[in-house]
Ligand binder design. Structure first.
Ligand SMILES: [Zn+2]
Length: 323
């Protein structure tokens, strides 16, 4: 049997000394690199907009959010001014869009007593501009959410192919030639049946689809104050209809009637929204000369109702967004 030999490695004194020096040097080097990094980070931070804003007396949370949100150009401007709480308030608004920051500010400068949420809504929907300024072609690809208003138009040749007449046995009293998109007629008939069941009243459709040329005729006959410009009428989408209650022929009475209130509360269940709410006149550009409802589909209708948004606002924020 062979004994295992214990082999001890004896390092020479010189090598040991060298290793000790080496380790100490290494530690010093690591420390130096670390300190250098810290200095570099500090240097970078002091060049950041967050830091510069804090130097301008912005609270840290505000400085952080502004630096993370605004463009360098806007931040550069802010760092040259005194602290102003308005910037943080603007970017914290629920429907804030970064692309509109300068427009919000301009509007605010000219109307400092307007509520911020209103400024956001006006600018997002372009209602801060004169009606019909630089109108854009409606994106019909948006389907049931397509936006037709004073800034978005349908071309003369846009026609719906799925138009259907209202069932006059259901919608008794409606103007006989009213049509709308199939899905509108289906849902309206269901809603109308429910209104009839609950309140024993027969809601009538007083206006449905209108072609560009029909709109043109109306426009020529009644003028700009009463009728939307051709191409700018929601009725051309085939998704909007005007309704009236024979019991309450005036719009105001209709809104205040039990059937009117029920429709305002429940029309989302049938995919409809109140297209021109009373308190959104400055955004939609329309007051209610009829109860105009618009089909957008149940999910979006519910969301618009819950968030109290007009289609114009909803479209600007949720469909287009910061593009
Ligand atoms: Zn209408």
């Amino acid at each position: 049997m062979q004994m295992a030999k214990k082999k001890k490695v004896h390092l020479k004194y010189g090598v040991k000394k060298f290793l000790a020096y080496f380790i100490v040097l290494l530690l010093i080097l690591i420390y130096a690199i670390n300190e250098g990094k810290k200095l570099h980070e500090k240097d970078l931070y002091e060049k950041s907009y967050e830091y510069k804003l804090i130097q301008k007396k912005y609270p840290e949370a505000e400085a952080k959010k502004l630096a993370a949100t605004l463009t360098d150009e806007n931040l550069e401007t802010l760092t040259k001014e005194k602290y102003n709480e308005i910037y943080y308030q603007i970017v914290s608004e629920k429907y804030y869009l970064n692309k509109n920051f300068n427009k919000y500010l301009t509007y605010y400068d000219n109307h400092p007593y307007t509520e911020l949420s209103k400024i956001i809504a006006l600018v997002n929907t372009r209602a801060d501009e004169l009606w019909y300024t630089k109108p854009e072609k409606t994106d019909v690809e948006a389907g049931y959410l397509m936006l037709v208003n004073k800034f978005n138009y349908l071309e003369a040749d846009y026609e719906r192919i799925d138009l259907e007449a209202f069932d006059l046995s259901v919608s008794y009293g409606s103007y006989g030639d009213n049509k709308a998109a199939k899905i509108v007629v289906e849902n309206y008939d269901k809603m109308q049946a429910e209104v009839k069941r609950l309140f024993d009243v027969q809601i009538m459709v007083t206006a449905g689809y209108r072609s560009y040329s029909t709109q043109q005729e109306m426009f020529d006959a009644y003028g700009e104050d009463y009728v939307a410009r051709p191409g700018h009428s929601e009725h051309q989408t085939g998704l909007g209809i005007d309704i009236v209650s024979p019991r309450h022929p005036s719009v105001q009475d209709f809104f205040e009637s039990e059937e009117g209130k029920w429709i305002v509360e429940n029309c989302w269940q049938y995919g409809f929204i109140i297209r021109f709410p009373e308190d959104k006149e400055d955004i939609t550009g329309y007051d209610n000369d009829a109860l105009h409802i618009r089909y957008v589909g149940q999910t979006d209708a519910k969301k618009m109702k819950d968030e109290h948004l007009s289609l114009d606002e909803y479209y600007a924020y949720y469909v287009i967004g910061d593009k």
